[in-house]
Unconditional design. Sequence first.
Length: 187
Amino acid sequence: MHRSKIIAASFVAALGAASAQETCTDEQVEANKTLARGFYQNLWFTDNTDRYADYVADTYQVWDIGDRKGVTERAIEQKRIADRFHDNAEMTGEIQFMVADCERVATRWTATSKPTTLMGRIVIGNITLPIVNVITIKDGKMVEFWNHRHDIDTNQVAAKTVPAFIKGFMLGLLPFGFLYWRARRKS
């Protein structure tokens, strides 16, 4: 089976297991989708990051493609992350689609940045980045955040790989430099 079909089947199974354990109304599902839309609109598509507490519980758990896996963070962290982007780039975005089942909302969206600072050009870049988030909502607030970005399109990948390449290249030149030095010394 193709990997994307396996992932989709796993996601549907997880949502199905959740709905088998819970009874929720269409109104609850729509309220959760509305909360998620507001989160993206205010924190990512526009610079209304002071509204973070309207969407995020006092603490939430994050699962990221990076090193942040199962980490508990305070709600203010979502504001800080969004502010870092808005301080260095003109950020906008668009929701492609949203799927919800009881307390989970999955959103496929794109974030678009146009750097406004040197730091923005170096770290963020001028990109449109596809993102999928799966958010768990309890009592009208986000309590869990699964983040899946397509980071291969970002400057962050280059920032990690280019220095490693240069270091490896320089280390690879050391034996040749030593041999050249020895040959010059003998002549």
